[in-house]
Design a protein around this ligand. Structure first.
Ligand code: ZN
Length: 489
């Protein structure tokens, strides 16, 4: 044993993982957890964790950062502002989007985006690749090359005029992903229904932000989920369904998983804590609460909690998509836009963990282990960042948040660190707050003060791993033993 055994010891806290909770010291060397035990030897640095919960840093698996929208608006965050906000909220890794738009070269998109991340990020990061122009070159050359480099999730839209790929191309993308062993994440809503409802509402003069909530009729979700699940089954390709908002959506996922299909699913705090009524504000104030899919009803919230409890949904991500409430963001079409002219999305990268901790740990819904699982361990496993990320264990990166479970904080617009300038949770008081946040053994936030430099976050390459591996269970149509010998996969 060397003389000074640890670079740092987190002493006297209560450690929690997705399965356990115990009193222990945590020893760190070279940014990695090397010991968990009682009465560890002195470290070169000591952090007093008495009265603190020692939790793995959060992983936010769905955040839009410094991303150009299809409409040509850049959202309100740089890598620096978004990851500083994430760190203040206890999140130490993020998965954001390298977004291809029509006509763009995917390789260039990724390298340009990587340069932005390298310059600004204070937490670790990895990307989902948005495919909006699935040409032969994109699918047959660029996707395999990028997946081989460690970009192992593709994201596809089934709605939005400029992003949705249509059924046939969606099948092509699922097949390309299968061949490269990438997971396919999907924004699944029925495009025709959303588009038709939007036109009808505008035509009849229903223009306020609240009409956004019914312009995405609830049925458009389960319809698209079922179509996507059917496609995934045909291609034998694992899928991740993003931001589930309805009870019928949860039921569709439960049925698919019940049949043994490799279907993963995520929800977001806005679908657990908000309803369509939150968008019903005077004037265009409701624009701040507009996201897609929209928040639904209390009954949907309950169904989603149940889906999380039963494991039908595995993750709670932020879907952070900040647009300032000015002419650069929500009001880019003028001071009095109708709902179809307003960018969709809300900030959430900083508030995600505190609002969930308050509900799950302080108020007791599903409890501490499930909180750790849904916000850190499960995203690490599904996106193949585990065991390096997502838990407090020997050999894992020392990404650790020390929570004061008694600390009460009331959210205000002014305290947030992202670029939106407002939070949907302003005025809400939560119990429990991440006081000290460490990334790879380095304190990056302490008592509300940032201690990390822009560019100190690193890219996390990741192959697809087990979650992206096909089941090997072919439908009769795809199985050469039953389809007259046609080899299609
Ligand atoms: Zn999103």
């Amino acid at each position: 044993m060397p003389q000074t055994q640890f670079d740092c010891v987190i002493r006297g806290g209560r450690v929690a993982t997705a399965v356990d909770e115990f009193d222990a010291d945590v020893g760190i060397n070279d940014g990695v957890i090397t010991a968990i035990g009682r009465k560890l030897d002195k470290g070169a640095t000591e952090i007093d964790a008495k009265g603190r919960l020692v939790l793995p840093g959060g992983i936010d698996a769905h955040a839009h950062i410094e991303q150009l929208s299809a409409a040509g608006i850049v959202n309100a965050d740089t890598f620096e502002s978004a990851t500083v906000a994430a760190a203040h909220g206890g999140t130490t890794s993020v998965i954001c989007f390298a977004a291809q738009h029509r006509g763009m070269n995917m390789i260039t998109v990724v390298s340009d985006y990587m340069a932005l991340a390298k310059k600004g990020a204070v937490i670790d990061y990895t990307f989902h690749l948005i495919i909006a122009d699935p040409t032969d070159v994109t699918l047959n050359e660029h996707v395999p090359a990028l997946v081989a480099q460690g970009h192992s999730t593709l994201k596809v839209f089934m709605t939005y005029d400029l992003l949705n790929v249509g059924d046939e191309k969606l099948l092509d993308i699922l097949l390309a992903a299968r061949q490269s062993k990438a997971l396919v994440c999907v924004h699944a809503e029925n495009h025709g229904m959303v588009s038709w409802m939007g036109k009808k509402l505008v035509e009849k003069g229903y223009l306020a932000p609240k009409y956004h909530t019914i312009s995405h009729p609830r049925g458009c979700e389960a319809e698209a989920f079922n179509r996507l699940i059917t496609f995934g089954e045909l291609i034998d390709q694992p899928i991740m369904i993003f931001h589930v908002s309805t009870a019928e959506g949860v039921a569709a996922i439960r049925a698919a998983r019940g049949r043994g299909l490799k279907v993963f699913a995520e929800t977001c705090p806005q679908y657990l804590f908000m309803t369509g009524k939150d968008v019903d504000k005077p004037g265009i104030e409701g624009a701040k609460w507009m996201c897609s899919p929209p928040p639904r009803t209390e009954a949907d919230q309950e169904a989603i909690w149940q889906g999380l409890a039963l494991g039908d949904l595995q993750l709670i991500s932020s879907d952070h998509a900040p647009y300032a409430f000015n002419d650069k963001g929500k009001l880019s079409a003028g001071p009095n836009p109708h709902f179809k002219q307003i960018a969709n999305g809300m900030p959430g990268i900083e508030s995600r963990l505190p609002v969930l901790f308050d509900a799950m740990v302080s108020k007791g819904r599903l409890g501490l282990q499930k909180f750790v699982e849904l916000t850190a361990t499960a995203p690490a496993k599904i996106y193949n960042l585990h065991p390096k990320k997502g838990s407090i264990s020997i050999g894992a990166d020392a990404d650790i948040a020390l929570w004061d479970p008694k600390r009460q904080v009331t959210f205000s617009d002014a305290m947030m660190h992202d670029g939106a300038g407002y939070t949907p949770y302003a005025g809400r008081t939560v119990t429990g707050w991440p006081m000290t946040v460490m990334r790879r053994g380095e304190v990056i936030v302490s008592d509300g003060k940032l201690a990390a430099k822009p560019g100190s976050g690193i890219w996390l390459p990741r192959p697809g791993g087990v979650p992206a591996t096909p089941l090997g269970r072919l439908t009769a149509d795809m199985d050469p033993a039953r389809n007259f010998g046609a080899k299609l996969l």
